[in-house]
Design a binder for this molecule. Structure first.
Ligand SMILES: Cc1cc2nc3c(=O)[nH]c(=O)nc-3n(C[C@H](O)[C@H](O)[C@H](O)COP(=O)(O)O)c2cc1C
Length: 192
């Protein structure tokens, strides 16, 4: 295989597929949802989650105003919902109405929690920093919502019950193949 090295970084989507989720926010009586592929957990104590959001997104303004955001993991069967909220701006439409998005009540933060999500985090904004053309928003998770049956006793996603939504880039979505799961204990493998 020919290895190509380039200083032209381009859109650098070589690290995909990524789990894609929906960030929700609410402020001044307006709620919204957007698709986000750039996100990660940061810390256990306190429980911190980071999302990379362009300041051009209307959702960014809502998060800055409301100081809270929601992280919603929806199944692959709802990938069209991800493409819909990720392809529209809530300055022009009410996405909840247009795409018929059902929400459930939050407990600690005033953010919409998506009914379709198999897991969701309510977050309080603790930091907002600019890196290049995106803002790195850090939220402290103050409540977790989950569909119990979609997680194993060891708190991992039960792939026989739910298909996570992965994003490959260039508008392509996929899910994880359960027949590829291998349990490789780090304690055992680290000592080989
Ligand atoms: C699969 C997918 C992943 C996306 N990931 C991000 C992301 O990580 N950060 C970001 O700022 N925008 C991301 N977007 C773009 C926003 O979701 C999109 O611009 C959306 O329309 C913003 O809505 P708003 O203006 O109502 O906030 C993504 C879009 C798609 C379809």
């Amino acid at each position: 295989m020919t290895r190509v090295i380039s200083e032209d970084v381009g859109r650098f989507s070589q690290h995909y597929p990524k789990l894609v989720m929906l960030v929700t926010a609410q402020a001044k009586g307006k709620g919204n949802a957007m698709a986000v592929a750039w996100h990660t957990s940061i810390s256990f104590k306190p429980p911190l989650y980071g999302v990379s959001v362009s300041p051009k997104r209307f959702t960014y303004q809502l998060i800055v105003d409301g100081k809270e955001f929601g992280i919603n993991f929806s199944p692959f069967e709802a990938a069209e919902l991800i493409a819909s909220v990720g392809g529209s701006c809530s300055q022009e439409i009410d996405k909840f109405q247009r795409f018929n998005i059902a929400t459930s009540k939050p407990v600690k933060a005033a953010v919409p929690i998506l009914e379709a999500a198999y897991a969701a985090y309510e977050c309080k904004l603790v930091d907002d920093r600019g890196y290049g053309d995106h803002r790195w928003l850090v939220g402290e998770i103050v409540a977790v919502h989950l569909r119990e049956e979609t997680f194993t006793a060891n708190a991992i996603v039960a792939l026989d019950k739910v298909n996570p939504s992965l994003y490959l880039g260039d508008e392509h979505y996929l899910t994880a193949a359960k027949n590829t799961i291998r349990r490789l204990d780090r304690e055992v493998y680290g000592k080989r």
